[in-house]
Design a protein around this ligand. Structure first.
Ligand SMILES: *Cc1c(COP(=O)(O)O)cnc(C)c1O
Length: 364
């Protein structure tokens, strides 16, 4: 199978992320070319080129991969979902090796690690990823450090550069799930991580209309191993999803800036609200978590009462959503039962606040 050779990013020529998100992954600037890479549904390509078959390559995938790769500063592979990306990366860990992972992380990632451990494939050491000393103490004899930062839904922040340096000293590779931060707020490869994973379902697509995942790495060997695995195991992305996500990436900077500005305003107001016992915010991004004086019942009531905010799982869309995370039975018991995760969208912040405040009053 021929490999497509893509140039390494040139730091001397680096454009700002907001520019890269818009300018990368376009057709050549030639007369009659469309500005946007078109949707190309194709299971077969004429023989003799670099694509051949729809499980190996697709130009619509490549537009997304080139854009996200530029944003993260590495080479990207798109996957059927964030969890397909997670499982593909975990599959690189050799039999019997040890993985250090956050005790709070995306539920599906925790589930996969638990499943691999139950089958005797790997050993898992769970840590509080924000407790740098605890993570360092767990690294001895580890093959992989899995970082998620900020974590879902506790919003703990890891010191990725310190952890990555220590993990490398201990002989471990470092993966960082960058879904919550997006490459606009954190570039894990620059901080020393070997691999970045994304649920592109969230901020990268940004409109709650696509399920998609991605991996980005600078390590050619890792990229080749993952590309071969994707081709042979078949966890390939959908063409429509890549097209939607590329379109989503064009407005990523606008959406993240707006969601973050909204989140900052709401955090201030929530902090001052008598119904909230704790407000968690990592200091950037659009995800906030609140715990309520009225406990679990108040949390459920809040989710049922808002009219502008939708009670729904997932996050990272232009539309604001909220959810009590412990409604999922797999969520660890160390996540407070009354924790409500808010995914702050791009609506007018005063409208968002009015709706939240009206729903919090009875909940308080
Ligand atoms: C949603 C999510 C995933 C899983 O992605 P899917 O696209 O739903 O498969 C992985 N990690 C994080 C942090 C997520 O939020």
């Amino acid at each position: 199978m021929p490999q497509r050779d893509r140039p390494e990013p040139d730091p001397a020529n680096a454009l700002a992320p907001a520019t890269l998100a818009i300018t990368t992954g376009r057709p050549p600037r030639e007369p009659d070319q469309p500005l946007n890479t078109p949707l190309t549904p194709a299971s077969v390509f004429v023989a003799g080129g670099s694509r051949e078959y729809g499980r190996y390559a697709n130009p619509t995938w490549e537009a997304f991969e080139e854009t996200l790769g530029a944003l993260e500063g590495g080479r990207c592979l798109a996957y059927a979902s964030g969890l397909a990306a997670v499982s593909s990366v975990l599959d690189l860990v050799a039999e019997g090796e040890t993985v250090v992972a956050p005790r709070h992380a995306y539920l599906g990632t925790l589930h996969q690690l638990g499943e691999l451990e139950r089958r005797g494939r790997v050993q898992v050491r769970q840590v509080d990823i924000a407790d740098t000393d605890a993570v360092l103490a767990a690294l001895d004899g580890t093959a992989l450090l899995w970082v998620e930062s900020p974590t879902n839904p506790a919003l703990e922040v890891a010191d990725v550069s310190v952890l990555a340096a220590a993990a490398h000293d201990a002989g471990a590779s470092v993966v960082c799930d960058n879904t919550f931060a997006t490459p606009l707020r954190q570039r894990p490869l620059d901080l020393g991580a070997d691999v970045v994973v994304h649920s592109a379902t969230k901020y990268l697509s940004g409109h709650a209309d696509a399920v998609l995942g991605a991996v980005v790495t600078r390590d050619e060997q890792t990229w080749r191993a993952l590309e071969e695995k994707r081709r042979t195991l078949g966890a390939i992305p959908g063409v429509l999803e890549c097209w939607l996500a590329t379109r989503g990436l064009r407005t990523l900077a606008l959406r993240v800036d707006r969601a973050e500005a909204n989140a900052r305003t709401l955090v201030e107001r929530l902090d001052a609200h008598a119904a909230c016992s704790r407000v968690r915010y990592p200091g950037f991004g659009g995800v906030v978590a609140v715990e309520l004086v009225g406990g679990e019942i108040a949390a459920d009531l809040l989710c049922r009462t808002t009219t502008l905010w939708t009670h729904a799982t997932s996050l990272g869309g232009v539309e604001s959503t909220l959810e009590r995370r412990r409604r999922w039975s797999g969520e660890p018991p160390t996540i407070p039962a009354d924790l409500v995760r808010l995914s702050v969208g791009c609506e007018d912040v005063d409208d968002l606040w009015r709706d939240l405040a009206a729903a919090l009053d009875p909940a308080g």
